[in-house]
Design a protein around this ligand. Sequence first.
Ligand code: NAD
Ligand code: LMR
Length: 338
Amino acid sequence: MAFASKTVFKAASGITRVSSRNTSSAPKVALLGASGGIGQPLGLLLKTNPNVASLALYDIANTPGVAADLSHIDSKAKVTSHTGPNELHAALEGADVIVIPAGVPRKPGMTRDDLFNVNAGIVRDLAEAAAKIVPKAFVAIITNPVNSTVPIAAEVYKNNGVFDPARIFGVTTLDVVRSQAFVAELKGLDVNKTVVPVIGGHSGVTIIPLLSQVQPSAQFSKAEIEALTARIQDAGTEVVKAKAGAGSATLSMAFAGARFVQALIDGLQGRKNVQCSYVQSDVVKGVEYFSTPLELGPNGVEKILGYGKLSAYEESLVQAAVPELQKNIAKGVKFIKG
Ligand code: NAD
Ligand code: LMR
């Protein structure tokens, strides 16, 4: 694999951490849900990313203000503002990467699945437009419940006859970011060089950190593994509780989203790299969508790398995740198929 970056950390698992870098070609990124808690800081990070040439901000409210604000930053990306369904076409036209954080966040006491009733329709409608206008663009879905919204988008693309499983991604990068932060802190590792693969899905028991594959290699006691796993699986809820009704993770999600978009752009421009993401996959029998390390390249997912050798504990986590994933996926598929 070729990397243009001067800072690449590659673990035995194959997961790479890449720093941002200048490139000559010029992708357009469309950010749908740009005025929200995630949308605004993610817009800031994308606006200041030297690899982004054009940044289309789309929302149903407040987009002109966010766009005016961001457009005063002296970085390369050209910012455009698009408000409401009549302007969605223009936002999407020519996009190479579409990022979707549109939708409602959790309040304390809610599960991600409780967001389904509102967010499923939002993702369906945005996916419908994307499938018609830019069917080849990479789509990175942040909107929860990710375990269901990715199958929803996939079914919409199938209905339009343009589904390419290599181009639709559920963003699980925040689980990786959190795992790397928590593990580095606990073990006194250099966080910039710490790599933790996270597989499965993006909710509760479906979030499976592979602590047996941490790089640089680290030893954990059974109690440490159980406590870390529980914290990683519950980290979103930790933030929801701390925000006490004001929403869920926004700043760390924007950081994670920006990292994932950079990885997609790297792939698009021929700098293959490895990231975890929730995509259509057959690595686990009976589960149609699953996150594992993937090789990203010009066509999106170039290779599903699988998850390697698991510890007995991790095997048990995968078994526990299967029925929940199956339920979440079936719910998303049914929403479109009826
Ligand atoms: P938010 O309420 O602050 O922002 C959501 C934005 O979406 C708002 O600006 C709203 O106007 C916009 N919106 C609503 N309907 C829309 C539509 N039809 N088209 C375009 N925009 C629309 O919420 P947030 O904190 O930014 O969270 C957004 C979503 O991201 C939630 O579903 C949340 O659960 C999810 N999330 C996912 C992860 C992850 O790891 N994948 C992490 C954090 C949050
Ligand atoms: C997260 O993991 O922070 C997000 O999925 C938001 C949430 O509802 O927890």
